[in-house]
Write a protein that binds this ligand. Structure first.
Ligand code: S3P
Length: 166
């Protein structure tokens, strides 16, 4: 990966990828190893609305959630490792924005992803069958690829850091 600038306390690295790809899990590890802060856009949305993501979907619908997600992303200024929601790539402006940042795509297999999310209370997992989730994953793959400058399908934070600095 070619970081836009050398790692410093100003560095911002976005993590993208489907639900369950490890953005929070790996993101927290990388942040602590690089001595950077970790943020999760979903948590930022929850804080700003004082509602859980599933309640935002229930009460106001997906479109409302997507608009909030875009607003927070496009105005992001805090440095650190930033996990984005799996659907961030549904919006073209978000993709365009991420493409011009340091953005890592975490890309394990769908089987691995499904194992991790099948019991979760994420609204889309509650709503969609395994096949539909697979189709959504496939549909989004080109967008994750397009908006990132590096992709990683393993699960070790150490290895990922090695590769970032390579
Ligand atoms: C979503 C992914 C979730 C969350 C919301 C919608 C999606 O984030 O933003 O449930 O559309 O893929 P994670 O990828 O962190 O689970």
């Amino acid at each position: 990966m070619n970081l836009k600038k050398p790692i410093s306390s100003e560095t911002i690295i976005f993590l993208t990828g489907f639900m369950g790809c490890g953005k929070t899990f790996l993101g927290k590890q990388i942040a602590s190893k690089l001595n950077l802060s970790f943020y999760d856009l979903d948590s930022e949305i929850e804080k700003s609305t004082d509602l859980f993501i599933e309640n935002i979907f229930q009460k106001f619908g997906e479109k409302y959630f997507r608009d909030l997600e875009t607003e927070i992303l496009l105005n992001w200024i805090k440095s650190g490792i930033i996990a984005t929601g799996g659907g961030i790539v549904e919006n073209e402006n978000n993709c365009h924005f991420l493409k011009n940042q340091n953005t890592i795509w975490l890309n394990p297999s769908f089987d691995e992803i499904f194992k991790r999310i099948s019991n979760s209370n994420r609204p889309l997992v509650q709503k969609l069958s395994k096949n539909e989730l697979f189709e959504l994953w496939q549909k989004r793959l080109p967008f994750y690829k397009e908006c990132s400058n590096f992709d990683y399908s393993e699960s070790s934070a150490e290895r990922l850091i090695e590769l970032i600095f390579h």
